[in-house]
Every structure is written in C-alpha cells, then in structure tokens.
Design a protein around this ligand. Structure first.
Ligand code: PLP
Length: 421
C-alpha cells in the first residue's frame, strides 16, 4: 500500500513527497525500494549534523542505557548541565541563562512569557513574513502565509505587525529599505502598540518561511536601539537560522548585536525534539518560579542528543563548512541566473539560500513548484518558501561536501532545463 493511501494517517499534514524512507545517512535518504535521494531539505533545518551522525547516535544510545527520563521538576540530571556547558561559549555574548522545551513554537511561547514578566507589558511586535509556530499564540505571531491561520480565529490579541526589510520585494536598494523599515517600526510604536505596552519585538535574523531574506546591514542594530530606548525586550528567533546554518553559530552574530532573549530549536537536537531559550541573567529574577515549565522540559535524552550535536558542530567546524559551501552554492546559482532570468534573485547567508522566481516582474509560483517536482525525479529533495510560494530555499545538511553540493547544483540544473527548456 502506498503511504498516501493509509486513511488512518491524519490528513492535516501536508507531504512534499510520498517517499517511504527506510534509513538515512549524511545528506542521503534511502527508501525501501533501494532508491537513494539527495536531501537538500535537512528536515527544514533540523539535520544540520547530517542524518544519523555517529557521535549523536552514540550519545543517544549511551544515555538511553543510563537514564531515559529524569523529570526536571523532580530531579536534576547531567545531560542538561553538559548541554549548557556546550552552549555557553557559542551563544551570543550576554546570554548566559537557559530554559529548554521540545518544539520551536514552545521556545517562542517561553520567550514571550519571559518578556511579559520581565516588562510587565502585554504586547508583541512581529515582522511581516514571520513564522513562529503552530500554537494559538505563535499562529497569531505568524504572517508568512494565511494557511497557517485560516479557520482558527479568534487568535490571541496583542500582536502587531511591522514590515520586514525585504529589499528585493520592495524593489529598493538596501539603504532605502532599511530607512523605510525603521520608520515603519517607529510608526508601529506610535500608531499600534505604545512602547509602555510593548513587551517585545521579535525578529528572525534571516527571515525563514517568509522567503529567506537577509535584512540590510544595520537593521538588527536599529531594532536593538529602539528596544533600548523604550525598555522593550529584543527577541531573536533563531529556530531556523541557528546552529551554524548561516555560517556562524547564530545568524545574529553576523552583526555585533546582543538580544535579550534568543529562541533555538530544530538544528539543536539533530532530530530529537528539543528547543530552548537563552537569555540575560538579569531577567531571571523577574521570571517567577513555577509560572512556566512542562513535563518534557529539559528532557534527558534530548539534552544528551543536543550536547553531542553542539560538540560535533564545534569539532567539525560546521559553521565554516556552511560558509564555504554557501559561497560555492551562491556563485553557481548566480551563474545559472544569467542563463535563466526567471531566477530573479539569489540571496542568502551560509547554507540558508533563496532563489526567487519572477516572470514579467511578478512573483512566479508555478516555475519553482515544477522545478521542485522535476528535482524529485532527479532524486533530489528540495523545499519552497515565501508568501507567494515563488522561492526555492536551499537548506542542505551542513556536513555536505563540495562534491555533494556540486551534485545538488547539477541535479537542480537538470530539473530547471526540464521545466524551462
Ligand atoms: C523561525 C521559526 N520559529 C519557530 C518555528 C516553529 O518551530 P516548531 O515547528 O519546532 O514548533 C519555526 C519552524 O519552522 C521557525 O522557522
């Protein structure tokens, strides 16, 4: 039976493919029929250390034999201490206190709850194109596509939206876009959410689901300045951009910015569900003990997997590899752009790269959809993103070699040729 015909599986999930995967290693999936697929999705930024990295698998095996679960409201355990020790030197300076949960949405919820307690204020400002999760609060904070909210109203109130500085979309240079977005953020504080009612401004330092957009240099600093001026918490959501994805451990580190709170998930656990927030110690006393938590918070197995994951990232310098492979990728894509003008823009940081498709100056969703399908025939898995669905996002595992990157680019080119001719 084909998996898509199993009626007992909820139809609420979308599926990019009907592949029944059997096992995986590094950048490759293997199905039950013996087919081998090049994975350029990394489970939406999860398998940064590659599928089944032996050191992560080993840590999981060893921990499972010792202590499968030590509920963190009841006991302390070593894996959480190990994880914090691994994280401390790599998170942005000034963040020295940690809380762990399971999913990215839970990390965002935790960050907002902390910001509310720290400031005593109710509102949150998000950026247009944002994606922060699927819970009711994070749905309300998500503006990348209406499908994520459709039919679920009423959503929690107190969320206000301001433009993300997306130069290619506006058709402006970076300087103009930056000035516009700063002005609009200031206007949001004048017209929608008064500073003394604004607990936090949350930003993806590279916009993810909304289109893989790198903000102009200086924008994160401008947000920091506005937050400082008004006593607002600056939250950076690194759920997708974190863990070496952009060529540094965290995308915010491309600029010398200290957020108050940072969310993390996905790449942290190599596939074992774990998320967290890192925040400034001075906020600690304001977050009232017992007002937040969860059964699987600081989960023992997940912490062991995450500590091993971060260790592997340091040992194998995955930040450096992401930067080098990203340059290789963007240079090849810019060459392809000259042959295929339907690729309107190539942009990104490290291995978080977008190819945005346009036809007659308008977003073109049809071509990337067809190219992703053709790439699947070439046994390469890719994903789209963007509000208009006109972007192919490049998000391979960060253990990818130069040869594997070339292989991926060549399969993509074959797919492009098939679709465009
Ligand atoms: C920036 C960002 N924040 C939050 C989330 C939600 O994470 P999760 O799906 O683990 O709840 C995502 C998921 O794609 C994300 O990209």
């Amino acid at each position: 039976m084909n998996p898509q015909d199993i009626k007992e599986i909820s139809s609420v999930w979308t599926h990019a493919t009907n592949i029944m995967v059997d096992h995986a290693e590094g950048c490759w999936f293997y199905d039950k029929k013996g087919n081998k697929y090049l994975d350029f999705t990394s489970g939406i930024g999860v398998t940064n250390t590659g599928h089944c990295h032996p050191k992560v698998v080993d840590a999981i095996k060893k921990q499972s034999e010792k202590l499968l679960f030590g509920q963190f409201n009841i006991v302390y355990h070593q894996p959480v201490i190990d994880l914090i020790e691994e994280l401390k030197p790599v998170v942005p300076a000034g963040l020295d206190t940690f809380f762990f949960a399971s999913s990215g949405a839970e990390a965002v919820e935790a960050a907002v709850k902390l910001a509310k307690h720290a400031t005593g204020r109710p509102n949150v400002i998000v950026f247009n194109g944002s994606y922060h999760g699927r819970t009711h609060l994070t749905m309300a904070m998500t503006t990348s596509k209406t499908i994520y909210r459709e039919g679920y109203s009423p959503l929690p109130s107190g969320i206000f939206v301001t433009p993300y500085p997306y130069s290619y979309y506006y058709g402006w240079d970076d300087e103009t876009t930056l000035a516009f977005a700063v002005k609009e953020l200031e206007r949001t504080l004048l017209g929608q959410s008064k500073p003394n009612e604004t607990a936090a401004i949350i930003i993806e330092p590279v916009l993810g689901e909304g289109g893989y957009v790198v903000p102009p240099a200086g924008f994160l600093a401008a947000v920091r300045e506005i937050c400082d001026k008004h006593g607002i918490m600056m939250i950076v959501d690194e759920v997708q951009s974190g863990f070496c994805r952009t060529g540094k451990f965290f995308a915010v580190q491309h600029e010398d910015i200290q957020p108050d709170i940072m969310t993390m998930a996905k790449g942290l656990g190599s596939g074992i569900p774990i998320s967290g927030i890192a925040y400034k110690r001075e906020l600690q006393e304001k977050w009232v003990t017992g007002t937040h938590g969860g059964t699987y918070s600081a989960n023992t197995m997940a912490c062991a997997a995450a500590a091993a994951t971060v260790r592997v990232m340091k040992e194998e310098k995955l930040d450096v590899n992401a930067a080098e492979r990203g340059e290789q990728l963007m240079s090849a894509l810019r060459d392809l752009q000259r042959t295929y003008p339907v690729i309107g823009d190539v942009r990104g940081r490290g291995c978080m790269v977008a190819t945005e498709f346009v036809k007659d100056g308008q977003p073109d969703a049809g071509t990337p959809k067809a190219v992703i399908a053709a790439a699947r025939e070439e046994k390469m898995l890719m994903l789209g993103c963007g509000t208009y669905g006109n972007i192919i996002r490049w998000i391979p595992p960060l253990v990818i070699t130069e040869e594997e990157m070339n292989e991926g680019i060549s399969r993509f080119e074959k797919a492009l040729k098939k679709v465009i001719g």
